[in-house]
Design a protein around this ligand. Structure first.
Ligand SMILES: *[C@@H]1O[C@H](CO)[C@@H](O)[C@H](O)[C@H]1NC(C)=O
Ligand SMILES: *[C@@H]1O[C@H](CO)[C@@H](O)[C@H](O)[C@H]1NC(C)=O
Ligand SMILES: *[C@@H]1O[C@H](CO)[C@@H](O)[C@H](O)[C@H]1NC(C)=O
Ligand SMILES: *[C@@H]1O[C@H](CO)[C@@H](O)[C@H](O)[C@H]1NC(C)=O
Ligand SMILES: *[C@@H]1O[C@H](CO)[C@@H](O)[C@H](O)[C@H]1NC(C)=O
Ligand SMILES: *[C@@H]1O[C@H](CO)[C@@H](O)[C@H](O)[C@H]1NC(C)=O
Ligand SMILES: *[C@@H]1O[C@H](CO)[C@@H](O)[C@H](O)[C@H]1NC(C)=O
Ligand SMILES: *[C@@H]1O[C@H](CO)[C@@H](O)[C@H](O)[C@H]1NC(C)=O
Length: 376
């Protein structure tokens, strides 16, 4: 985010290091430690395409955070094949049962790799949503028929399969990720400390998680946000502040990143909903929005490009709850992708001031005259 400062009303205090917990990674080399990134290693993060879009998106942030610190991004890998046994990641030498042509055809979102690693394929991950329709000027019958519009996508990240990079991190959500569930079944990790819990995760190094992978750092979450917090916990430890974009906090550069031997078990937070709200955003934030984002149909561009930055900040701060700007904006109307984006990222929305039921007070002066409103 460039220069101009503004006020975010904070309900949440964050410290630079994670709340007095065990470190699981380090930027200091030491014999015997598992290297995750840096010179001499071309690493990848193994994720399941089954996992929530919000988890895969955060894994992409982590892959790029390693790049900010060491100069080389990690890539995201998904298993190449499914079989009677769960198999098929980079480095794997052959199936226990020879393939008989029964491998499922790739889903329509999968397409051939166009450049880079030979014989590997890419899968683009989508979050598909149906935006709410604009009720204005619609007959009651049409309103009942058309509560949502045609499907739209948030597109990306891209998962590569069958690459020759080294799997260094495995990340996913228990009960959602084929990869993590396979580790639980094989008793390589235990989900007992966090199973069914709210926003929890475990993180530690696992020996021989899968054939062909000697060691990997595994982050397994009990639910979507648990996994996301486990991901961003690594980002923060390697020197990427939650505020790296919003406050231009410099990234701490390092030659490499290594996983420590310890275990982290993050239990449920004692405060269930944690967040901040945007308050008194005019003039500073609104002027900054006007300088940096296209005007929306009804006013300043408080759109999903801006809110993606806000939601990322919330998640990096281990928050989950947000009240949007409302002075000169209407969260659910200014950009019909705003509300789906909150869901895709895993942010719980509320509203501030005199704005019950998620409707912005500006909706009444803007649209209310046809319902007998006096424009105020
Ligand atoms: C993952 O998706 C595949 C289909 O793409 C399905 O066969 C499998 O059961 C899913 N696994 C989980 C854990 O949802
Ligand atoms: C890492 O990925 C980001 C986002 O795609 C890109 O801007 C950056 O140039 C990449 N860094 C390197 C070192 O390739
Ligand atoms: C391939 O092998 C599997 C497992 O033995 C079997 O269930 C399946 O029917 C076979 N498919 C074909 C096309 O032969
Ligand atoms: C992908 O590659 C296969 C085999 O080379 C080819 O038959 C197919 O047409 C390609 N698909 C696309 C979408 O390019
Ligand atoms: C995986 O890569 C190997 C060579 O590295 C290649 O022989 C094989 O066909 C690839 N499999 C898929 C499913 O792309
Ligand atoms: C609704 O219809 C009125 C009258 O035709 C028009 O002036 C107004 O711009 C329309 N509003 C929207 C949001 O389309
Ligand atoms: C959204 O992605 C799906 C693939 O998952 C694709 O079939 C569909 O055409 C896309 N829709 C849009 C509007 O891009
Ligand atoms: C921190 O590490 C110690 C020693 O390995 C362990 O007993 C403790 O449970 C860990 N704490 C957390 C929060 O994971």
């Amino acid at each position: 985010m460039r220069t101009k400062s503004f006020l975010l009303a904070l309900l949440l205090a964050s410290s630079v290091t994670a709340f007095g917990q065990n470190a699981t990674v380090t930027t200091k080399a030491s014999p015997g430690l598992l290297q995750l990134a840096g010179s001499g290693i071309d690493g990848q993060i193994l994720v399941s395409a089954n996992d929530s879009w919000g988890v895969i998106r955060a894994a992409q942030d982590l892959a790029n955070d390693f790049g900010k610190v060491t100069g080389t991004n990690l890539t995201l890998e998904r298993p190449a094949r499914r079989g009677p046994q769960w198999v098929g990641w980079g480095g794997w030498n052959g199936p226990p049962h020879p393939p008989n042509g029964s491998e499922a055809p790739p889903p329509s979102s999968e397409h051939n790799k166009t450049a880079g690693l030979p014989a590997s394929r890419e899968t683009t991950v989508y979050y598909t949503y149906n935006p709410t329709t604009n009720y204005i000027n619609m007959s009651v019958a049409d309103r009942l028929k058309n509560t949502v519009g045609p499907a739209q996508n948030f597109t990306g990240p891209i998962l590569v399969s069958n690459s020759t990079r080294k799997t260094v991190i495995i990340v996913g959500t228990i009960g959602k990720s084929d990869v993590i569930d396979a580790l639980v079944v094989a008793q390589k990790i235990s989900d007992l400390p966090i199973h069914g819990k709210w926003e929890s995760y475990i993180a530690h190094v696992v020996d021989n998680p899968f054939p062909g992978i000697d060691r990997a750092f595994v982050i397994a979450g009990s639910d979507m946000r648990g996994t996301i917090y486990g991901i961003y916990d690594v980002s923060e430890q390697i020197g990427v502040s939650p505020w790296w974009w919003f406050a231009d906090v410099p990234i701490k550069k390092a030659e490499g990143v290594w996983a420590l031997g310890g275990r982290k078990t993050q239990c449920s937070p004692s405060v269930k909903y944690r967040g901040f709200f945007i308050n008194d955003e005019q003039p500073t934030l609104t002027n900054w929005i006007n300088d940096n984002y296209a005007l929306g149909p009804y006013g300043p561009g408080f759109n999903h490009y801006f809110y993606a930055r806000v939601f990322e900040l919330l998640l990096r701060l281990k928050a989950n709850y947000f009240w949007p700007a409302e002075w000169s904006s209407m969260f659910n109307v200014d950009d019909l992708a705003n509300q789906p984006l909150a869901d895709a990222y895993g942010i719980v929305m509320g509203s501030s001031h005199t704005e019950p039921m998620m409707r912005a007070s500006n909706e009444w002066p803007t649209f209310g005259s046809q319902y007998g409103g006096n424009g105020q």
